[in-house]
Design a protein around this ligand. Structure first.
Ligand SMILES: [Mg+2]
Length: 437
């Protein structure tokens, strides 16, 4: 049997009125190849199984009273079910969540069902019918952990799509405290509860709202900021600065050629072809460049930190000569056996940049050659680019798949070109488009 052909439709709506065409006694969306009697502008896309619906905004000089009102459409029998499904998909879901803290640590709960099944998350959940976000989060959290909570304010409100779901979710994230630690966990929903440092909590949760809220909490908490110890070269001087998107670059295999036995002297540091061009392109488009590198060679005592500092000083000087400014170099001087906040895939170095430089996950990319780099970017809640020659990517394809990089590219310049093509600020509607550069 021939596969059903994918059909493209156009969903035009303005101010609650929907433009439909009459076809054999019923109303449906116009097909993409049908001519509309007014101009339109693109306004997102929905993948609804076999059918694809392009959302468009009309350019009109009047309010189209003659179109059908969106709320009335559900009660009509003469409207194509695809129209109802698309309108239903536009109705945003609302969740309300809370970051409960004790000093620098935050409370996470492990779910036995739902989106977070088997994973840790911050307390909270879907708001009930007619409920305010404050009331909703108090009810959800108190149900989950069995103790009273006190809210200390709203951290932020976010929007995100979720994998495999065409609808979007609005997330309110609060900060707060528990009134007691005599937890009584809701038996059919929560199997465990625990206090974690922010970097650890970010590796445990898959929830983007929790990640973004955790960064906001971290930046606003003097205790959490102080508790994070991350080594840096010391380029950044003066007061911490906000603003500007950040490109986090892994070093070996992205900026310079990796080497068996590690890069252990400035002479052994060899820039990869096109890497400097890639950095310059990002910089010219307003991106701040921050290097984040695991230095196992230091962890194994093969490379004293003073020598690592010389390598970085030489790298920075050569880049400055080429007109490229590095905002900071963060490095982890520990080895693979260490349980430190800084070693990728923990996002400690990225959090340090949030603290020191004002970097924020929704305006950041992590670019790296190892699956572990992509995992680090995901942990931080930013977008990710995975780079390397085809043979390298083939070798690690299975390992990188669970972290689904947003861009896959042969080298830093190719990744930079793909990144600058997109909006700087995360557009939730664009997050499903994968680019192979
Ligand atoms: Mg690398």
């Amino acid at each position: 049997m021939a596969r059903k052909r994918r059909r493209d439709f156009v969903y035009v709506e303005t101010d609650g009125q929907v433009y439909l065409v009459r076809d054999r006694g019923a109303f449906r969306f116009p097909r993409a190849d049908e001519r509309l009697p007014f101009p339109t502008q693109p306004n997102g896309r929905m993948d609804l199984g076999e059918d694809r619906v392009m959302k468009r905004k009309p350019v009109l000089d009047h309010h189209p009273e003659e179109w059908l009102g969106r709320d009335a459409i559900f009660e009509r029998a003469d409207v194509d079910p695809l129209v109802k499904r698309a309108i239903y998909t536009t109705m945003i879901r609302c969740v309300s969540e809370v970051i409960l803290s004790k000093g620098p640590r935050v409370l996470m709960v492990k779910a036995v069902r739902g989106f977070s099944k088997g994973h840790w998350n911050v307390p909270g959940g879907f708001m009930d019918y007619g409920e305010s976000p404050e009331v909703g989060v108090e009810r959800e959290a108190e149900e989950e952990i069995g103790v009273d909570i006190r809210l200390d304010g709203l951290l932020d409100v976010f929007v995100s799509g979720f994998p495999g779901k065409p609808a979007y979710t609005l997330g309110f994230v609060y900060k707060g405290h528990v009134a007691s630690e005599e937890f009584r966990l809701k038996p059919d929903e929560i199997e465990d509860v625990g206090w974690f440092t922010v970097d650890k909590a970010m590796t445990l949760t898959r929830n983007p709202f929790a990640k973004w809220g955790l960064v906001d909490f971290f930046v606003g908490s003097p205790e959490a900021r102080r508790a994070l110890r991350v080594r840096r070269h010391g380029v950044a001087g003066g007061p911490t600065s906000g603003g500007g998107p950040t490109a986090f670059l892994d070093r070996d295999g992205v900026v310079n050629r990796g080497r068996p036995g590690y890069v252990r002297t400035p002479d052994q540091f060899e820039f990869l072809p096109r890497a400097i061009d890639g950095m310059r392109l990002l910089q010219d488009r307003g991106w701040r460049l921050v290097i984040v590198t695991n230095q196992d060679a230091s962890g194994w005592k093969l490379l004293p930190e003073r020598q690592l500092a010389r390598i970085h000083a030489s790298m920075i000087a050569r880049l400055e000569e080429a007109g490229v400014h590095i905002s900071e170099v963060y490095y982890c001087p520990h080895n693979v056996l260490s349980d430190c906040a800084c070693r990728k895939p923990r996002p400690g170095m990225l959090l340090a940049a949030a603290r020191d430089l004002g970097a924020r996950p929704r305006a950041a990319w992590m670019i790296g050659d190892k699956p572990l780099d992509v995992q680090t970017g995901r942990a931080f809640g930013c977008r990710t680019a995975w780079v390397g020659p085809a043979a390298w990517r083939k070798r690690f394809a299975a390992e990188v798949r669970p972290w689904s990089p947003d861009v896959v590219a042969s080298d830093l310049l190719a990744a930079a070109r793909a990144i600058v093509k997109r909006d700087v600020q995360e557009d939730p509607r664009g997050s499903h488009d994968k680019v192979i550069a």
